[in-house]
Write a new protein. Structure first.
Length: 273
């Protein structure tokens, strides 16, 4: 399926000019419509320290939103870009953004350091994953869109990984190479089967893709770092991952691949849940 509707998410800060340019270039490359949603979080008791001081007045938020809209208009120039602003409590922002995402083919985020309020970005991203049914793509800073003839999938034989594989093929050029990265995999009756990676490799071959099963052994780095390093080392133009194969609570407490990579990486990260 071609990418025709893209939703990019920013906040009212001024750190994201590079991401805005990247999002515009990405939409132009795919000949897709681009909507930009601006998150303008009003102070709430649980976000007061991360979003703004409790005494910040509403006019300050209004001015910030207007300034951001002007910046986007200047960057977009004659490009037809829709700008939507959500000025509300954080919980409402998360819910509304996820609803907007349902009507896009893809949701774009920049790296965490491109946002003035990273916690708001993280929680909005997670809500989009859990509630929109759409994939989320985190672009690295300065990303130049191109046809992807080599991508990687972090494969753990879960439902989430299956969704990530399906969404990743939207980006794959005909006959693209796909590396199937398998971390510490063992044969199982349910999931990997008798030969980890073999079944998904056969599936991809039927769709005209050349695939390579790449076993990865856990070592001195985290699982997230091991997957990113393997994809980067092998020259993949994108890494696709199933998001929150374990429960979100478990990842919050013990850590996990999804949680570790939500800030971004040196290559585009595609998440699906």
């Amino acid at each position: 399926m071609a990418i025709k509707d893209i939703l990019a998410v920013v906040d009212t800060g001024d750190k994201d000019e590079r991401f805005l340019r990247d999002a515009l270039a990405f939409a132009e490359f795919h000949d897709a419509s681009l909507a930009i949603v601006v998150l303008s979080a009003l102070p709430a008791s649980d976000y007061a320290l991360t979003v703004a001081l409790p005494y910040v007045l509403l006019p300050d938020y209004t001015e910030a939103v207007e300034a951001k809209q002007q910046r986007i208009a200047m960057l977009a120039r004659s490009t037809n870009v829709e700008v939507r602003t959500i000025s509300d409590q954080p919980a409402v922002i998360f819910a509304k953004t996820a609803v907007y995402a349902r009507y896009a083919d893809l949701v774009l985020f920049g790296p965490s350091d491109n946002y003035d309020h990273p916690p708001i970005r993280r929680d909005t991203l997670e809500r989009c994953l859990f509630a929109s049914g759409r994939p989320v793509l985190i672009l690295p800073t300065g990303y130049k869109p191109a046809a992807i003839d080599h991508l990687a999938i972090g494969w753990n034989a879960t439902r989430e990984a299956t969704h990530a594989l399906r969404d990743a093929t939207m980006f794959a050029a005909p006959g693209a190479r796909i590396d199937i990265l398998i971390l510490d995999a063992k044969p199982t009756v349910q999931g990997h089967g008798s030969e980890p990676g073999a079944d998904v490799a056969h599936h991809l071959a039927r769709h005209g893709f050349t695939s390579t099963v790449v076993p990865i052994q856990g070592g001195d780095v985290s699982d997230a770092e091991a997957l990113v390093e393997a994809a980067h080392r092998r020259g993949a133009g994108m890494l696709a991952l199933g998001a929150y194969g374990h429960s979100r609570l478990r990842e919050m407490i013990l850590g996990g691949v999804t949680r570790d990579l939500l800030t971004g990486a040196p290559l585009p990260l595609l998440f699906a849940h």
